[in-house]
Design a protein around this ligand. Structure first.
Ligand SMILES: C[S@@+](CC[C@H](N)C(=O)[O-])C[C@H]1O[C@@H](n2cnc3c(N)ncnc32)[C@H](O)[C@@H]1O
Length: 273
């Protein structure tokens, strides 16, 4: 009698889509766009309409932006055709035709791309820290300044604190999986930080190094100096607030030049052309 063939079920890791996991664990476009809307209104006295999303990845922020208001337009720039293709099939396909018409996806290098001027240019999740050399950062900031309307604003995120300079692993439970942030190597001379994102699943399967980055850890002060050199007239740091009693990081950001020796703080740098 023939032996029954054992059916091997694919693991959860094998079935997972790394871009969906990234969106669910790393990104919070609604919060980020609320911050952009509120800060722009406070500084410019009006709501922004046009946005460019650099290092856009799946362009989820641009998709949310065109869904927000009928007058909103978005340009999403990424160098990687694979992630842009994923975006078309999974995010952009879910938009209405009218929303799709207000979103342009561009496959290009943010150091080279030339786009029409926008109100908001956002580069989030520290992707501009891919740039290792000061000259490259300066060139990038010059390009972003050229891409902004006169009363536009550049939005960058930034982090700091002693933990940036350490190897470490941080685990967080997300719906149906665990997100692991690993700072795998740090070079104390060049400030190069090698990081990975891993995902672990309830069936014990793992998606190791789903994403890997080598960033230079830049300081807020030096970034502001480079922004000034690139021609930005002013830059403002919005630092995450901490609960006075528990020291817990809050989802509130204040414009300030003061920060204690926090182990880890997150913030935004907003720059005016
Ligand atoms: C960490 S993802 C950022 C995704 C998203 N912006 C976010 O906030 O999470 C970094 C993206 O930057 C893109 N990238 C890296 N270097 C680039 C460059 N020079 N020009 C355009 N895109 C670049 C990569 O292809 C990748 O999709």
């Amino acid at each position: 009698m023939a032996k029954a063939e054992k059916v091997v079920q694919p693991t959860m890791a094998e079935q997972a889509d790394r871009h969906l996991l990234y969106q669910a664990s790393v990104q919070n476009p609604d919060f980020e766009l609320d911050f952009i809307d509120d800060t722009f209104k406070k500084i410019r006295g009006r709501k922004p309409k046009s946005m460019r999303e650099d290092f856009a990845g799946t362009a989820i922020s641009s998709c949310q932006w065109v869904k927000r208001r009928r007058g909103n337009t978005a340009i999403a720039v990424d160098i990687d055709p694979e992630v842009l293709d994923w975006s078309r099939k999974n995010n952009i396909a879910k938009l209405t035709v009218a929303q799709q018409q207000r979103l342009e996806l561009i496959e290009d290098d943010v150091l080279r791309v030339s786009t029409e001027k926008v109100d908001v240019l956002q580069a989030y999740n520290f992707s501009y820290w891919f740039f290792q050399e000061r000259a490259t950062m300066l060139a990038y900031f010059k390009r972003t300044r050229e891409a902004l309307n006169e009363d536009g604003l550049l939005f960058l995120d930034v982090f700091g604190g002693s933990e940036c300079y350490q190897t470490q692993k941080e685990k967080r439970k997300v719906d149906g999986f665990k997100y692991i942030w690993e700072q795998a190597e740090f070079n104390a001379i060049t400030n190069e930080l090698k990081c990975h994102i891993h995902f672990h699943f309830p069936d014990k399967s793992k998606l190791k190094e789903a994403f890997s980055y080598t960033w230079r850890v830049w300081g807020a002060r030096e970034l502001r100096e480079i922004l000034a050199e690139a021609g930005f007239s002013e830059s403002i740091v919005y630092r995450q607030e901490f609960d006075a009693e528990t020291d817990e990081a809050l989802d509130e950001y204040v414009a300030t030049d003061e920060a204690e020796d926090y182990a880890c703080w997150l913030g935004y740098i907003i720059a005016k052309p």
